[in-house]
Write a protein that binds this ligand. Structure first.
Ligand code: 5GP
Ligand code: MG
Length: 182
């Protein structure tokens, strides 16, 4: 696995520190809203490790919801149209929703999920992403909480995959270019 990584972009210690900071920002934002109930909705599968670390730093009463979206059909690093593969598994009507995703790239995934969630009548929707590629992120897809802005390279690790591999790599790294066919 290590041999397939060209360079480490964000080492695990930096990720851990930033996740703790993000949790503090989120806690401050939702403190006053606690009575209405908070649901963290995670987009599978890329966000699982981020979610696990984030919620253990978040001392708020919360529920967890899951939604599965596919954006990469097969072995490619180009974003295709996003598609909901498995719909949200909890009721969020009247609740505050914090959407948690691994990375905001072209925004297609979050645009789709936000629209879907809005149909369920939540009290509010905010978005938290670990990574954002500002070169591409469109203005109509806001993210209130952002871990790191990164350059426009294909990254893997800490939940992020290539063809479903490398999710267990503990740092965020850049995959060697010759490994993906584009
Ligand atoms: P978007 O729909 O914003 O273009 O892309 C979002 C989704 O594409 C993310 O949830 C993630 O699954 C995938 N994605 C975008 N950029 C990268 C990247 O650099 N590395 C990996 N592994 N996935 C990415
Ligand atoms: Mg994803």
């Amino acid at each position: 696995m290590e041999a397939d990584i060209d360079r480490i972009l964000i080492p695990r210690q930096r990720i851990a520190g930033r996740v703790r900071e993000l949790a503090r920002e989120i806690a401050r934002t939702y403190e006053a809203d606690a009575a209405d109930g908070l649901t963290l909705v995670t987009i599978l599968s890329g966000s699982i490790i981020f979610l696990a670390d984030l919620i253990r730093n978040l001392p708020l009463r919360m529920k967890i919801g899951l939604i599965t979206v596919s954006s990469y059909a097969g072995a490619t690093t180009e974003t295709r149209g996003a598609e909901v593969l498995q719909d949200l598994n909890v009721d969020v009507s009247g609740r505050h929703v914090l959407l948690v995703d691994d990375i905001l790239d072209t925004g297609g995934t979050l645009r789709l999920v936000r629209a879907r969630l809005a149909e369920y009548g939540p009290k509010s929707i905010r978005t938290c992403v670990l990574l954002r590629k500002p070169a591409k992120a469109p203005p109509d897809v806001p993210a209130e909480f952002v871990g790191f802005d990164v350059e426009d390279v294909f990254v893997v690790g800490y939940g992020l995959d290539y063809n479903d591999h490398y999710r267990n790599f503990p740092d965020i790294g850049v995959l060697r270019e010759e490994l993906y066919a584009s």
